[in-house]
Design a protein around this ligand. Structure first.
Ligand code: FES
Length: 161
């Protein structure tokens, strides 16, 4: 039992894959209704033997240490998995290397599972991430100049016949 405590503490002290990822293919964000903590996960894919698999994943957690520990081991475990394989992993599987979580920390593992599922949801993975962090394009209405002639800002160019 102290063995799994050690693993949990080690993962808290030295989390893997912590931080934003530049050029991620998908991003998932969730907040826990139980405690208000938030977790964001970035996923990048690569092609392997004709299949899209997870190349790497990183995360950021605003809050609890247990979620950080689970996200640390989960982001390691999902490397090389297809979207379908990763989606089949629940919070128990994703936190397995840490041993069973204490009952009041079960939702911390579920937060990690939800962030992963959000990142891998159909509208985000595997291709949807092009320019996801880019500046918002102005809406069409913003692009149309205010054409109030009384302001004199719009130059009306007569069409030459
Ligand atoms: Fe809420 Fe851990 S206490 S995610």
């Amino acid at each position: 039992m102290s063995d799994s405590n050690d693993k949990l503490e080690e993962a808290m002290r030295n989390p893997q894959n912590l931080g934003e990822m530049d050029g991620a293919d998908a991003v998932g964000t969730v907040g826990s209704p139980d405690c208000g903590d938030m977790l964001r996960m970035w996923v990048k894919f690569k092609e392997e033997n004709g299949k899209q698999v997870i190349d790497k994943a990183t995360f950021q957690s605003f809050g609890c240490q247990t979620a950080i520990a689970v996200a640390s081991v989960a982001t390691e475990m999902i490397k090389g998995k297809t979207v379908t394989e990763a989606l089949a992993m629940d919070s128990t599987t994703l936190s397995e290397p840490l041993g069973p979580l204490p009952p009041m920390k079960i939702h911390c593992g579920q937060l990690v599972e939800s962030a992963l599922k959000d990142a891998l949801s159909e509208d985000k993975a595997p291709a949807a991430a092009t320019e996801s962090q880019g500046p918002m394009a102005p809406s069409l209405i913003d692009a149309i100049p205010q054409s109030n002639p009384s302001k004199g800002k719009v130059k009306i160019v007569p069409i030459e016949g």
